[in-house]
Design a protein around this ligand. Sequence first.
Ligand SMILES: C[S@@+](CC[C@H](N)C(=O)[O-])C[C@H]1O[C@@H](n2cnc3c(N)ncnc32)[C@H](O)[C@@H]1O
Length: 218
Amino acid sequence: MNHSANPASLPKCTQPGPHHHDPRIGFFDHHAPRWDHLAVDIPAMHRRLEELCERLTLGPGVRVLELGCGTGLITEWLASVVQPARVVAADFSPAMLEQALAKNINAEFRLLDICRDATEPEAYDVVFCFQCFPHFRDQAAALRSIAHALKPGGQLQVVHLVGSRQINHFHRNVGGAVEDDLLPGANQWPRLLESAGLRFQNLEDREDLFLLQAVKTS
Ligand SMILES: C[S@@+](CC[C@H](N)C(=O)[O-])C[C@H]1O[C@@H](n2cnc3c(N)ncnc32)[C@H](O)[C@@H]1O
């Protein structure tokens, strides 16, 4: 699909209406034009991901749904790793997606609220959440949608390049719409995942990495 950089041309899996107001949409829309300048060191970020690649079970042909793709900071990297498969990259902030579309990345971008909208069932080998999971306002609902999107045996990956203590502290400091956007605690993950139809596999939470992996059971 060839979308121009006009968000009106995006497939609208969601259109936030009067019954739905997540203040984070406005927050991320506001920051979108400067998002890539706020990012630390983008090549270093790609190098870190490259090092993790094998553990992330990514490779040629893997069908990936990248959630909270934002401006596509890592979408091009993901696209290069999984080609000839085509990444589907989704976000609920039209302005973030507008930035991503302007980069002409070979991926399919979608406007989608993972806490509310259904994706196609059992379509993905990997659902990749890079630096976005804490922002899902209803994490249980997001996990149910993720389970729905994964093929049986498919994997959820929640990745941050810093630990949860730093992430939670950062969001508290930023305040506003993201003040309470926290990662679940280590002891909360297994139950949260299980009630969504996912099985906890692995959690690594250290100063320079947060990596949660879970598998769709049936
Ligand atoms: C901190 S940004 C990270 C963006 C990108 N992954 C990056 O690393 O630059 C979090 C992203 O998650 C998106 N997001 C938050 N809640 C969402 C939801 N319910 N559905 C889809 N996207 C969501 C935001 O719009 C935002 O672009």
